[in-house]
Design a protein. Structure first.
Length: 250
């Protein structure tokens, strides 16, 4: 047994653990130059990530083994009282099921991110996180000064839920291995994500890949023609223009 009673022994023990730790990098997206990648991490079961992402970042969440479950919360980095509002994310677009073109909205009517591409189709904006996932998100949020009360309802990717005619919620499982979801960030955000089982599906989670890269040109493209989405875009761009004006005036 390693003696950690002294500083020298504790250092040797810590370094031996670090040397033995295996770090697996995620698969990187095809066609994206390495110089554009700003974040890449493979999150194991019961793991989490916390990262600040700039406006115009594209984020790919991937499910390489087919059983990941990404519980996601977005907090505006420059105004942390503004964060993902799941009720508005469902209500404003008149759609409870996440998919291509779906906005992830704040309670100020602004778009924090848009779902750009989805090869999974197995997601949930109704159940919220499990106790395990919530605790992981609290740990992630604490690294950005967030309190437990700041960790509210989340959306989850890669575990499907559907509503029956009587209102009952039914889990629909996972998609095939290799499924992915791409998000486009419209305002600077703190992305918090926990990889843990779903409330309606207690199957243990497998690895979750998170890769982000710079894609500012995508902000000028039309990702959804619905009038509700267009109003949210206008609200978002107005807020961003005002914030930049404030910075210039300093």
């Amino acid at each position: 047994m390693t003696n950690t009673a002294s500083t020298t022994g504790a250092r040797a023990h810590a370094r031996s653990l670090a040397a033995a730790a295996a770090t697996t990098a995620p698969d990187l997206p095809d066609g994206v130059e390495a110089t554009r990648i700003t974040f890449a991490q493979r999150i194991p079961r019961a793991g989490y990530a916390n990262i600040v992402l700039g406006r115009g970042t594209r984020v790919r969440l991937s499910d390489p083994a087919g059983a990941a479950c990404a519980h996601l919360l977005l907090v505006r980095a420059d105004a942390p009282w503004e964060r993902l509002n799941v009720a508005d994310t469902v209500k404003v677009p008149w759609q409870a099921y996440l998919g291509d073109g779906h906005p992830l909205l704040s309670d100020q009517g602004r778009i924090l991110a848009t779902v750009l591409a989805d090869t999974s189709g197995k997601h949930d904006a109704l159940c919220g996180p499990t106790a395990e996932a919530r605790q992981l998100l609290r740990l992630a949020g604490a690294k950005h000064g967030l309190q437990p009360r700041d960790i509210g309802p989340t959306v989850s990717f890669f575990r499907g839920v559907r509503v029956a005619a009587d209102g009952a919620l039914t889990g629909t499982g996972s998609a095939a291995p290799g499924a992915s979801v791409d998000l486009l960030v419209h305002l600077p955000v703190i992305l918090l994500v926990a990889n843990a089982a779903h409330p309606l599906n207690d199957r243990a989670a497998t690895d979750l890949d998170v890769v982000a890269w710079a894609a500012p040109d995508e902000l000028t493209a039309a990702h959804n023609s619905d009038p509700e989405y267009q109003r949210a875009v206008q609200n978002t761009e107005t807020a961003w223009a005002a914030a930049r004006t404030l910075e210039v005036g300093k």
